[in-house]
Design a protein around this ligand. Sequence first.
Ligand SMILES: *Cc1c(COP(=O)(O)O)cnc(C)c1O
Ligand code: SF4
Length: 396
Amino acid sequence: MNPAETVHKEAHTDEHAIVKPAVKLTPKENRVISFFKDATPMDWEDWRWQLRNRIRTREVLEKIINLTPEEIKGIDGCGDKLTMSIPPYFASLIDPEDPNCPIRLQSVPLGYELETSPEELADPCGEDKNSPVHGLVHRYPDRVLFLVNEMCAMYCRYCTRSRMVGDGNRTLSMQSYEAAFDYIRSNKKVRDVLISGGDPLTLSDRVLEHIIKTLKEIPHVEFVRIGTRIPVTLPQRVTTELVTMLKKYSPIWMSIHFNHPKEITKRVKFACDLLADSGIPMGSQTVLLKGINDKPSVMKKLVHELLKIRVRPYYIYQCDPILGSKHFRTPVSTGIEIIEKLRGHTTGYAVPTYVIDGPGGGGKIPLSPNYVVSRDDEKYTLRNFAGQQFVYYDPK
Ligand SMILES: *Cc1c(COP(=O)(O)O)cnc(C)c1O
Ligand code: SF4
């Protein structure tokens, strides 16, 4: 056998081969499904069943996990925006006994959400004022953000769009879509459309296809991207039908919101394999969150796990100062320290860009450790990841 054949054969038997998770639930999944009367393992595989049965009340959640007084206060105080909603699959990842479980902190409201501080805003990134038509945010000349709906599978407690997402909201009407398409058609500078929400993958394949197809028919739109958290919170949504549809509109890029290595399960790997094998390049977007992923060791584990499922770490966001977010926000130095501990210490592909979305509408502003020790007219004195110094003579 020649070496090429050996390589080929290994590629089919290694851990990256697509293996559909058997319709056999993990012990944790079995525990959670047992709280849903008459539910079958086939239901568990069905994303629509998962969406219909999202955990939205204290009565259901307290059967599954032991709630703390702070959580009860948060759940009872939740308004009709950023409602509590946890797909049974995602709930199965929660540690029922540990209030500091990273999955739990992201999905179960706490009483602290009801406390606000002066620097907090409903719309911290000033999206509403950069919105020429309902659903579009046009901040950078060559690309637009298209918020196609207001529903997500799970409402992240620190969501930058907490002012608009939640089950109390409706989806955009077809007329709003038409107005957005018209705006993009008439703005020839727009070459990149980022479809987000809410979560676009809560839409049916049919509606999603309508949006993508219409955008791709606009001659100056070179490519579209989908911003989503669903491959993490509801990986069953990534079906062969979905990826077959997406593949028709290549190139489509996907930005997936990942925050913690515990989120990367066999099902999530399966979903990302389907996407990658369909030619969809994936990046991750991570929100820096106190007590969840603010340790360099956790972030390093996360970025390594992401490369293994073919997701390129793209951004780490400083947590936006939404109302009631103080318990999630870390000092900026924490983010810079994380990059310092990654750059040079691990694969370059594993190092994302740390950004702060300029409050009020500044867009993403990158922050990085300072590697310039000093500079003068003819040279830069630089330091490397290990702290050694090097002089570079700057050509005139
Ligand atoms: C993040 C964002 C984009 C996309 O920015 P990239 O850096 O190109 O990923 C576009 N528009 C708005 C309003 C955004 O917030
Ligand atoms: S999935 Fe995204 S839009 Fe939805 S709640 Fe989470 S952060 Fe917000």
